[in-house]
Design a protein around this ligand. Structure first.
Ligand SMILES: Cc1cc2nc3c(=O)[nH]c(=O)nc-3n(C[C@H](O)[C@H](O)[C@H](O)COP(=O)(O)O)c2cc1C
Ligand SMILES: [Fe+2]
Ligand SMILES: [Fe+2]
Length: 401
């Protein structure tokens, strides 16, 4: 049976959610599942916005046929060709061979990269460019290119008539819908962490490109955002735009301290705990600590985008920094994090060098500021070092002001 949801007079949700896959893109844990969204506009002519993941093909076609009610599909707009949205395109075209495929030139090229069609589909394409306008049924649509948000061909479609932005992966989130279709159907603030984790990990590297998209989209009034993952946004559009501005500009959301530590035997962990307590005693609120060997880096990266100050505490490992810390630092660097204040604690039993390894990586980031002196622990933190750790806590505290 179908599971089509009515959004407004002629717009329908025909996507679906899944909790079967453990890892999104085979890397990011999705404990709350994920939704793959697709939209159908039911007018004199029929229009489909993107498709969904292969694993949900049955419900997708059930939904699409239910909406079509025996009619043929006239148009399909492809905003994003990544397989979590495009994997049904070939089946759609083979099932509805007259469908007009509305997309940009790059999307067309990539479509042929992903699929081999049994018949010539050259005549199916209607290639559009930024700013082109198309009227389908009684809606006028225009297109805004969003290159590298987060793929080169990505674009968003704006329904001028209804003031709806079909935003591709932008403004999406991890998490199945659980029956909730709109942001106003849930306590939205509870979801921000998953929005942040989705954004920072998937799109975080491309702040410049996101800024370009935000700038272009700011010239139009947006009453509703229909993303390819997560809830349809109506009430929280200003909040999400504010979050995107922070994330795209690598501006922290809060002035507080995130402590990421790597510890084999527990001494570095202990030093991190002591520093955290001292920071709290000084009045720092919302301190967060992660063991990089325990928590998936996607969660720590998300908080690295949220926090202004990051303490890196790591034991030395094979004349380098501990392996999971190395991975986390590489993740930060690859995601282009900027404008953060870092403090460093290192540990080693014969030749500690974790701090220099961390510094070398973090120096590559724009706007990095190092706070306080490097605290070197030789196997375990000594009473004689209390003044050093006190000073580090104070230096961090002072730089938060
Ligand atoms: C596989 C392995 C490699 C290590 N390599 C080094 C090293 O190159 N230099 C060093 O000073 N200590 C090295 N150590 C020792 C630890 O860094 C040191 O014992 C440290 O105090 C551990 O801190 P922890 O209690 O937080 O785990 C190594 C330890 C292990 C298990
Ligand atoms: Fe994508
Ligand atoms: Fe996606």
């Amino acid at each position: 049976m179908h599971n089509v949801r009515k959004i407004n007079d002629d717009l329908y949700y025909i996507g679906s959610s899944s909790r079967r896959v453990a890892l999104f893109e085979n890397v990011y844990p999705i404990p709350y599942g994920a939704s793959y969204n697709s939209y159908f506009v039911d007018g004199d002519e029929t229009l489909l916005f993107d498709t969904i993941d292969k694993s949900l093909s049955e419900i997708f076609f059930e939904n699409l046929s239910y909406c079509l009610k025996g009619r043929k599909l006239d148009y399909m707009i492809i905003n994003h060709i990544e397989p979590d949205h495009s994997s049904m395109i070939q089946c759609v075209v083979e099932k509805y061979p007259d469908v007009k495929i509305i997309c940009n030139q790059k999307t067309k090229q990539m479509l042929y990269q992903f699929f081999e069609f049994d018949f010539d589909i050259e005549g199916n394409f209607k290639i559009i460019k930024e700013g082109d306008k198309i009227t389908i049924s009684n809606h006028e649509y225009t297109f805004i290119m969003a290159p590298m948000v987060h793929w080169p061909e990505a674009m968003v479609t704006y329904d001028i008539t209804k003031k709806i932005l079909y935003s591709a992966d932008a403004f999406g989130s991890f998490g199945a819908l659980d029956g909730n279709l709109f942001d106003c159907n849930i306590d939205f603030n509870e979801r921000i962490d998953e929005y942040r984790r989705y954004y920072t990990n998937i799109v975080g590297k491309y702040g410049l490109q996101v800024n370009n998209l935000l700038k272009k989209a700011s010239s139009v009034q947006i009453d509703m955002i229909c993303p390819l993952h997560g809830l349809i946004l109506k009430e929280n559009i200003p909040l999400m735009i504010d979050k995107y501005m922070h994330w795209a500009n690598y501006e922290p959301e809060i002035k507080s301290v995130l402590i990421a530590y790597a510890s084999v035997y527990g001494s570095t962990e202990n030093a991190s705990e002591i520093l955290a307590s001292k920071l709290s005693d000084l009045g720092v609120k919302n301190i967060k600590m992660y063991d990089v060997s325990k928590t998936h880096p996607s969660y720590i990266l998300a908080d690295a985008f949220k926090y202004s100050h990051i303490v890196i505490a790591s034991s030395t490992y094979n004349n380098n920094i501990f392996v999971n810390m190395d991975n986390f630092l590489s993740d930060i660097v690859k995601h282009n994090l900027q404008n953060r204040c870092f403090a460093i604690i290192e540990n080693g039993s014969w030749a500690p060098c974790a701090a220099n390894c961390a510094k070398a990586k973090l120096e590559a980031l724009l706007g990095t500021k190092f706070i306080g002196d490097i605290l070197t622990v030789k196997s375990s933190l000594k009473k004689s070092q209390e003044s050093d750790i006190d000073k580090l806590a104070k230096d961090i505290f002072n730089s938060l002001k």
